[in-house]
Design a protein around this ligand. Structure first.
Ligand SMILES: NC(=O)C[C@H](N)C(=O)O
Length: 484
């Protein structure tokens, strides 16, 4: 960077600067240490060079003649060992302090690390009192403890690994959709519809209070989105394959390990899709492809989880990837649950909504691999689900993907594309005026279509074996908690 800056200065502005000034700039640039992200320092390309790193101290060890630091800058799990003469020691060099170190990058004589930095200068940029700092050197703090410090937990190995994995998983979903011909749509965060009809809406209004009689800001009640599905259905009518990946909000008054008031949802919609089979194939391919990409691109970070945070979980992930996800109908699921000797808190009868305990039982029944449950009772599903022609049962062409440790990961359905059937359903629900625009989609070039939504945090829980959803999102929001 410095080289190119000097070059462009000399090319663009020769007339403004003297030749000797430009030579001095170039000399400085040639001598200036190379600024490296720590993950780059581990490639042998920069051995012997003068480099500068910036990061936070993960450990300090003092000997008579030397001090040894481990410095991490978040670019990877690895910390770089810094070796310095005792004269560079500084009382402020403590666990957690922020430092800038300049020195020569050398091959390390120790087996544990390939390179180390022989420090010429150490500058403590930000002090950190080790007594007050909530994390202690060499202590492995569990996720529950870390949760108390949403503003500091990214400084620990476990949580920084988690966030790098989350970032890579985000990229993996985008790659999957790009590779399969989907167009990304930014669906709105503020909306006037309640797609799921469950009434778990956060209403949006400006904060200025006082005028009790003022009108709605948008002239109609507006809410934070619970799903981008209806907007995706609009777009699938033009692009055929579309997806969205963004924050979603549900005012569920739940403190469970699987619910958040704000979570990220990956949603896809496919036009010209006629069967649930075609939909489950996309869901299974997506799950496997994204999981494989995360495992391949985050080897060290995932390893940290599977070894130390959730030991033994890797075998479960490998089993999921190897299996062909079984498919069972809701009716079969109810039969299996009915035959079970397990003491469920909620009784199971045909027509009941499946609870987490039931979902977990079904997953266990299938050998702890993901399982699709299809054809739910029609009355359990929102107005958009396509009715199956199967009296007297009256089911909908809807599917849930249940996964080990979590339960429901994805929910999807074929959408009712028949104008007459949809109109009748909306009239029954008294919603025909609200959704007149939705009926237009069926009036003008309607095609059979379907889609699904995947809870991104639940996906991370499933791949990493993390029990509590609050531990896989940077800043969790749930009832009675909106810290920071
Ligand atoms: N896009 C989807 O199919 C997700 C579905 N609307 C849900 O919220 O469960």
């Amino acid at each position: 960077m410095f080289h190119s800056a000097a070059k462009s200065l000399s090319v663009a502005s020769t007339s403004l600067y003297s030749r000797s000034f430009l030579l001095r700039v170039r000399h400085y640039c040639d001598k200036a240490p190379l600024k490296l992200r720590i993950s780059q320092a581990f490639s042998t390309a920069d051995l012997g060079k003068s480099v500068k790193i910036q990061g936070w101290v993960r450990s300090v060890r003092t000997q008579k003649a030397h001090i040894f630091l481990h410095v991490n800058d978040g670019s990877s799990l690895q910390s770089l060992q810094v070796v310095a003469g005792a004269e560079l020691n500084d009382q402020l060099l403590t666990f957690g302090s922020a430092v800038e170190v300049t020195g020569i990058l050398k091959k390390s004589p120790h087996q544990k690390q390939a390179v180390e930095l022989e420090a010429q200068r150490i500058h403590v940029i930000g002090e950190c009192d080790p007594v007050d700092f909530p994390f202690k050197i060499k202590e492995r703090h569990n996720l529950e403890y870390l949760r108390q410090f949403p503003h500091l937990r990214c400084r620990t190995n476990a949580f920084s690994s988690l966030l790098r994995i989350r970032s890579e998983a985000t990229a993996a979903f985008h790659s999957f959709f790009k590779d399969n011909g989907f167009v990304q749509i930014h669906t709105p965060v503020i909306t006037s519809n309640d797609c799921e009809g469950a009434g778990e809406l956060f209403q949006v209004e400006p904060s200025s209070v006082g005028d009790a009689h003022r009108e709605f800001f948008f002239s109609v009640p507006a809410f934070l989105t619970v799903s981008g599905q209806l907007h995706l259905e609009v777009m699938s009518g033009a692009f055929s394959r579309v997806y969205t990946f963004g924050p979603t909000f549900r005012a569920e008054n739940s403190q469970s390990r699987r619910h958040l008031a704000e979570f990220y949802m990956v949603e896809a919609e496919l036009g010209f899709l006629r069967s649930l089979n075609d939909l489950t194939k996309v869901m299974e391919d997506m799950f496997k492809s994204t999981t494989e990409q995360v495992l391949a691109r985050c080897v060290e970070d995932v390893d940290l989880f599977h070894r130390h945070v959730t030991p033994g979980h890797r075998a479960s992930v490998d089993a999921m990837l190897k299996s062909s996800f079984p498919v069972m109908s809701y009716s079969e699921a109810v039969e299996i649950l009915g035959r079970s000797t397990e003491n469920f808190t909620f009784p199971v009868d045909w027509g009941c909504d499946l609870k987490t305990e039931h979902e977990k039982h079904l997953v266990k029944h299938c050998g702890n691999v993901p399982v699709f449950v299809t054809d739910y009772p029609y009355r359990l599903k929102p107005f958009y689900a396509r009715a199956n022609q199967d009296p007297p049962q009256n089911t909908a062409a809807a599917v849930d993907l249940l996964v080990p440790g979590v339960g429901e990961l994805c929910g999807g359905s074929l959408r009712e594309e028949r104008l007459d059937v949809l109109t009748a359903h909306l009239e029954d629900a008294g919603l025909e005026d609200t959704y007149d625009w939705y009926l237009d989609l069926r009036r003008f070039g309607s095609v059979p279509h379907g889609g699904f939504g995947l809870g991104f945090e639940r996906f991370l829980q499933c791949v990493l074996g993390v029990d509590n959803i609050k531990d896989v999102i940077p800043f969790p929001r749930y009832s009675h908690s909106c810290l920071l």
